[in-house]
Design a protein around this ligand. Structure first.
Ligand code: URA
Length: 230
C-alpha cells in the first residue's frame, strides 16, 4: 500500500492534508523520514507521524501440536478452538487447517503473504501425515494415490500423492495440496476409512517432537525462511 493511502486510512486527515503531512517530513517509516507519498508500506512496516505510532505490528509464527477435539477456527459456539490453546494478543490465522479429530503440526501466523506460500495448492508444498485406517491398506492404494483421485464435488483430480505403507493399517501419506478433508476422502474413494490422522510436516517445517499435544512454540528463523525458499 502507498504511504499516502496508509495515512488516509490510519489518521483522521483528508487526502490533501495527508499529502501536506508527508511533504513536511513529519512521517517516519521504520525510523527513517520519508517524503515520498508513493513509498510502499508493507504489512509489518512501522509508521509514525510526529512520533505518534500508527502501526507497530511484528510478524508472529507459531507451531502447535494440535490435540484432537479442537477446531481449526478462531471462534466457535459449540467446540473449543485451537485459539484457546494460544496465549497471544496478535490476530493470528491458521496456515492450513486440520480437522477437529486430527492431531499434529498446525501453524498459526499473522503474516498472510507467508501463509499463502505454504497453503495454496499451486505452491505444491509437501504435507506429510501419519494415518491409521479401519481396513488393511493395499499396494493398489499407493497406485491410486499416485495417479490422483477424482473429487466430483470440486471436479478435479488430486495431484500425485505418495503412500508409504508402515503396517497393515498404518501409512505415511504425502500430499502437495490441502483440499477439504483431502486424505479422508482419498481413502474413502478406495473403500477404506481413516481412523486417525496426524500431521508431521509442512514443507521443511517438522513438528517439534518435544512439544506435547496442546503445546506450541515460535518458529525459528530458519523455519520461517524455509517457506520463502522452497
Ligand atoms: N486431510 C484430512 O482429511 N484431514 C485433515 O485434517 C488434513 C488432511
Amino acid at each position: 500500500m502507498k504511504l499516502s493511502r496508509f495515512l488516509y486510512h490510519h489518521t483522521p486527515h483528508g487526502k490533501h492534508e495527508v499529502r501536506g503531512i508527508i511533504a513536511a517530513g513529519r512521517v517516519r517509516v521504520d525510523g527513517e523520514q520519508v517524503r515520498d507519498s508513493q513509498f510502499h508500506i508493507g504489512d509489518f512496516t512501522h509508521v509514525t507521524v510526529d512520533d505518534v505510532v500508527l502501526r507497530n505490528q511484528s510478524p508472529v509464527y507459531l507451531m502447535l501440536n494440535k490435540p484432537a477435539g479442537y477446531l481449526s477456527a478462531t471462534v466457535d459456539n459449540e467446540h473449543p478452538t485451537v485459539m484457546e490453546l494460544i496465549d497471544s494478543s496478535e490476530a493470528l490465522h491458521i496456515a492450513g487447517r486440520l480437522d477437529r479429530a486430527s492431531t499434529g503440526l498446525l501453524i498459526l501466523t499473522n503474516d498472510g503473504k507467508w501463509s499463502r506460500r505454504i497453503t495454496e495448492p499451486k505452491q505444491g508444498v509437501a504435507k506429510v501425515y501419519q494415518v491409521t485406517t479401519a481396513e488393511p491398506i493395499t499396494e493398489e492404494t499407493a497406485t491410486h494415490f499416485q495417479q490422483g483421485i477424482y473429487f466430483a464435488y470440486e471436479d478435479l483430480t488430486t495431484q500425485p500423492a505418495e503412500l508409504k505403507i508402515l503396517s497393515s493399517q498404518s501409512a505415511q501419506v504425502t500430499i502437495y495440496e490441502g483440499r477439504y478433508h483431502q486424505i479422508k476422502r482419498m481413502f474413502h474413494a478406495v473403500g477404506n476409512r481413516v481412523t486417525s490422522l496426524h500431521r508431521l510436516s509442512m514443507g521443511s517445517i517438522e513438528l517439534d517432537k518435544s512439544l506435547e499435544l496442546g503445546q506450541y512454540r515460535a518458529l525459528t528463523q530458519d523455519e520461517i525462511e524455509s517457506n520463502w525458499s522452497e
